[in-house]
Design a protein around this ligand. Structure first.
Ligand SMILES: [Zn+2]
Length: 294
């Protein structure tokens, strides 16, 4: 989607971090004791061929130029700032209206190589994730390249935004108490883990539905132009690329449904579409579905 001229961005909405590529930091290795919610069901170091992405050393990620729509439409790091502000504006309204809960803004840290969190240390191979212990979304934008080169989706703006909105969905689930109900040791097609992930996809679709009518509170301008069919297709393709079945077939040769934690490609696309069409938190109630309807 394209951000509208006239919006004003606050680069301070997003924190940045650049860590070393310590040998001890292997994907989720540093995180196993603690609960996080990853965008994919796998440690991407396998997908990345054993090493995490190479990033230039030194310097920090600079967001100071992320102040307007031109920057958001041109630079991926600024697109993160704009997407965060759009998500804040939507959930500020929708959460009290639809669920009677006051929205608390999650933290959002864009990092390179590795990052320290209240859930432990993570690397780029972890992929985007949400840490409930510090209520923060963590994302290395190099994941978007991985999405294209390794997972076969298009590295397109709406695909990137869908991923951020999915992680925001986890924060909403945390606020609504869904997260606490789920036993994450439980895996499989009808597990709480899968229901939680599909619900996050649905909440991301819900954001896309409303993004073009959500207004920047600072300027009164709507954040985004309505998505085109081709842009929606980019988000759906990204959802399909991270289905458990697709990733397991790629990394292990076949799918093992009893180990599913995120749902199949078909389910991830369908729940994104359900949120887009339904447009409400209620339409995303994956927990009340029978397994056959999930
Ligand atoms: Zn997730």
């Amino acid at each position: 989607m394209t951000f509208n001229e006239g919006i004003q961005l606050d680069p301070n909405r997003v924190k940045t971090s650049r860590g070393g590529r310590g040998a001890a930091v292997g994907g989720i290795g540093g995180l196993i004791a603690l609960i996080i919610f990853m965008f994919t069901g796998v440690d991407l170091s396998g997908v990345l061929g054993g090493s995490s992405t190479d990033t230039a050393s030194g310097g920090t990620i600079d967001l100071s130029h992320c102040v307007d729509a031109d920057a958001a439409n041109q630079y991926v790091e600024c697109r993160m700032v704009a997407t965060a502000e759009s998500l804040d504006a939507l959930w500020e309204q929708a959460l009290p209206q639809q669920a009677g809960v006051r929205y608390e803004m999650p933290g959002f840290t864009v990092f390179e190589a590795s990052v320290n969190t209240a859930c432990g240390q993570a690397s780029s191979a972890t992929g985007p994730f949400y840490c409930p212990a510090d209520q923060t979304v963590y994302l290395d934008v190099s994941f978007f390249d991985t999405l294209e080169t390794q997972l076969g989706a298009e590295n397109a703006p709406l695909a990137q935004e869908y991923i951020v909105a999915h992680e925001w969905g986890h924060h909403i689930q945390n606020q609504l108490g869904y997260m606490a109900q789920v036993n994450l040791r439980d895996t499989g097609p009808e597990s709480g883990a899968v229901r939680l992930e599909l619900q996050a996809d649905c909440l991301a679709g819900m954001w896309v539905r409303h993004a073009a009518s959500t207004v920047d509170p600072e300027t009164g301008v709507t954040f985004l132009e309505p998505p085109t069919r081709a842009q929606l297709e980019d988000a759906l393709t990204a959802a399909a690329a991270v289905g458990d079945d697709r990733i397991q077939e790629m990394t292990q040769g076949r799918a093992f449904p009893e180990t599913f934690t995120h749902g199949t490609s078909e389910q991830r696309m369908r729940w994104f579409a359900t949120g887009y069409e339904g447009g409400t938190v209620q339409s995303c109630d994956t927990f009340s579905m029978s397994g056959a309807d999930l």
